[in-house]
Design a protein. Sequence first.
Length: 180
Amino acid sequence: MVKARGFTYMTVLFIVAIIATGLALTGEVWQTSTMREREAELLFVGNQYRRAIQGYYLNGPQRQYPRSLEDLVKDPRQPGTVRYLRRIYPDPITDKDFVLVKAPDGGILGVQSESEAAPIKQANFKLRDRTFEGAQKYSDWKFIFQPAAAKPGATAKPGATPNPAAPPTPGQPPAQPLGK
């Protein structure tokens, strides 16, 4: 009878160990899934900012970058309400504000995450995000807009300005305000 109790006790311990291992694996899968979703949201939101900055730059009376993110929600240069973003989005990875990437003139060239965590996605990015391949941390993902003439290696005639009627550069969606 004493042997039967020991066997039952060992069986219960074994079952508890299996359940604990299963819960640990489930938690790890859930955490990875959550990070993949946040990463996909970061790519979406970051590209919304890039597209909004592009629209602001190309559709204003003069070519300039926005001075604040609020300028993307309501363009102060226009007499009516012109929106390039519906609202200011937080960084999905940190749930804080994005870090601003500044242009030499003080305007906003783009946004980036503050997170120092290693990204899960390392390859197979869309063409517009190809510079993110092999990045060591999310803060290396910089969602910036630069006119074609200002990109490194690009040549332009002196004094030339980008043509908004020209097709967008590869990887850049066409600039359109969200409405008036």
